[in-house]
Design a protein. Structure first.
Length: 606
């Protein structure tokens, strides 16, 4: 929680959006109640601008402190890579943070949005693959005096850069992205290493320098870039990468290139698991250690070589934005495995397997739990066959199902509630909570790459949870389930939760979702963007009235897949009126229109 998340006296989860003492905590369940009272039902992404500001402050402070600890002569410049979250509110918040922050872009639309902040940002780093249009726009802005750096990602980009710089009569600010041999680590490790997708090899860097020299543009080479992949979990990898990039820097300086900046890219990780370890969704270092690792290596090697200590640029995105957003979803229903009561009325005589199964449960012996479970599974298989072949009826089967649930629980208890029971037992002991969201829209990395996010109930946190649940989303896709949780090994895990009361609004929070999730999310089953709640602070540290942006309605997502609402109304209206001449057609058309304009997520429990 990085100090932002607490539990209040009522057992509600609270957020303190910042770290100054005057900032008040906000009860998340109460905030959600207020937003719902404003007429917004369904899942909502809540952004705390104060947390984003605080992350920027903390990152800059870490480098300031590290510079003074190490007596480091170069400056530090934080740059926000907009790809991590391009939302206008996020980028504007970053730029307005009070600490001058640069912007990094990797495509033409990202460049276009970043240019709107050209007067308020100390530099814009242009990464990514570039065509002539991209290069031309960047160079024209340089010509107007804006601090734009064009980083050569592929050698082929250099010729059009030189050509356009000459024809526009612009003196460019150029960077080279080096391809390091140091391997990355974790889920994004393929961004680094000798065969990665990005950057120039040592040979290509030499060719680039020669080409620039020939064209009289060597003086433009001011920046050296690297990026070792996102979420670097090990400080050693940061250190090794620094060792390698500083050698490139020193060699380029020796060749007379006036490199002023070493841009180490992103990769500063987030401790999603709270383990402070090298696990892929954790990190084994603090912000201060990260800064010390980079500056320490640069200082040592530059001092040895008698070279100036470069200004250091980081493009940390995940570490700034992940903590500032939480997705709040409501549990809309849950299914316990049917029937906890094992005592059947009467067991049909022609079902001897069911009799035996029942006896296993009634005379359960803890010491033989494994053996009994194996026997039960075999019996249940034979009961299934008996049902398929018509020998057993529906009643016999339903009794067997109930007994299996009961036995499953007995076995689970006998085995000490193993948090990762074997997969067949798992099904019998975990409950399924239907949660009002789409994994593909709101938590794509959990689906695509098994990324872990902290997930927990927002209320009743003084009460021991009585259930273990898998979280199922709304999509008609078996992948749409959260079955990996922090602190539980393996894939088929469950989350401890309470049983919601009959009318209780039982909500869960998905934390640290402010990086990448929004933009990677997609429309599977046409579940669109959720509502977004922007929470700002007043000068006295209390919460300002939240600003809510309505999520996409069905009509919006339908348009995204090329349906014209007017054509839909025409077609469906024609069909309805053709089928029936009385009021029912009009009522149907009204109901249809309500759905078209409504929220794709559930707005009531079934
Ligand atoms: N810079 C570049 C070039 C990137 O490709 C990325 C993303 O992978 C980043 C910065 C942001 O990385 P992170 O979010 O890990 O800080």
């Amino acid at each position: 929680g990085l100090g932002y998340v607490h539990v209040d006296a009522e057992g509600d989860l609270t957020i303190t959006p910042g770290s100054q003492p005057h900032i008040e905590s906000i009860s998340l369940p109460k905030l959600v109640d207020d937003v719902e009272a404003m007429g917004f039902q369904g899942p909502m992404l809540i952004r705390f601008g104060g947390i984003l500001q605080d992350r920027i402050t903390r990152l800059n402070r870490a480098f300031t402190e590290s510079r003074s600890r190490l007596n480091y002569a170069g400056h530090y410049q934080g740059v926000y890579p907009v790809k991590v979250n391009q939302d206008r509110h996020v980028v504007s918040e970053v730029v307005a943070s009070g600490t001058p922050m640069g912007l990094e872009v990797g495509s033409k639309p990202e460049l276009v949005l970043a240019m709107a902040y050209m007067d308020r940002t100390p530099l814009i780093i242009c990464n990514g693959y570039k065509d002539r249009d991209y290069i031309e726009l960047a160079l024209r802005a340089t010509g107007l005096g804006f601090p734009i750096f064009v980083v050569v990602d592929r050698l082929e980009e250099l010729a059009p850069i030189i050509d356009l710089a000459k024809s526009l009569n612009v003196s460019p600010n150029l960077g080279l992205r080096a391809r390091l041999l140091t391997e990355g680590v974790g889920k994004w490790s393929e961004s680094a290493g000798g065969f990665s997708k990005f950057g120039l090899t040592a040979g290509e860097i030499l060719l680039a320098v020669n080409q620039l020299e020939r064209e009289g543009l060597k003086e433009s080479l001011k920046l050296l870039h690297m990026h070792q992949g996102s979420q670097i979990s090990l400080l050693d990898v940061v250190r090794q990468s620094a060792q390698e990039i500083v050698r490139f820097y020193l060699e380029l300086r020796k060749m007379g290139c006036p490199i002023e900046y070493v841009d180490v890219g992103g990769g500063l990780g987030v401790d999603y698991e709270g383990l402070s370890s090298s696990a892929p969704c954790s990190v084994n270092y603090s912000l201060g250690q990260y800064a010390d690792a980079l500056l320490g290596v640069f200082a040592e090697r530059c001092r040895e070589a008698g070279a100036p200590e470069p200004n250091v640029v980081t493009e940390s995105g995940r570490a700034l934005t992940a903590p500032h957003a939480v997705l709040v979803v409501e549990v809309m229903g849950w299914s316990e495995p049917v029937g906890r009561d094992p005592a059947p009325e009467t067991i049909p005589e022609q079902a001897p397997e069911v009799q035996t199964l029942h006896t296993l449960a009634m005379e359960f012996d803890k010491e033989r739990a494994d053996l009994i479970w194996e026997q039960a599974l075999m019996l249940f298989e034979s009961i299934k066959q008996g049902f398929v072949l018509g020998r057993l009826d529906l009643t016999a089967r339903s009794i067997a199902e109930r007994v299996m649930v009961h036995l499953g629980r007995l076995v689970h208890e006998a085995k000490g509630q193993d948090p990762k029971p074997e997969s067949r037992l798992q099904g019998y002991v975990s409950e399924r909570y239907l949660t009002n969201f789409s994994m593909f829209q709101s938590l794509p990395d959990a689906w695509a790459i098994g990324q872990l996010f902290p997930i927990m109930p927002l209320q009743r946190l003084h009460e021991e949870p009585a259930a273990e649940a898998i979280l199922q989303d709304l999509t008609c896709d078996s992948d749409g389930q959260v079955k990996r949780f922090i602190g539980v090994q393996g894939e088929n895990a469950t989350l401890p939760v309470h049983h919601p009361g009959p009318t209780e609004r039982y909500r869960l929070g998905f934390f640290l979702v402010g990086a990448y999730q929004e933009i990677l999310g997609d429309y599977h089953n046409l579940f669109g963007d959720t509502h977004v709640v922007e929470v700002g602070l007043k000068a006295d540290g209390s919460m300002a009235k939240p600003v809510v942006r309505r999520g996409q309605r069905s009509v919006d997502v339908l348009k995204a897949v090329s349906y014209e609402p007017s054509e839909l109304y025409d077609a469906v209206g024609r069909l309805a009126r053709g089928a029936c001449k009385d009021d029912r057609a009009a009522q149907f058309i009204e109901a249809y229109a309500r759905l078209v304009k409504g929220c794709p997520y559930l707005t009531s429990r079934s």
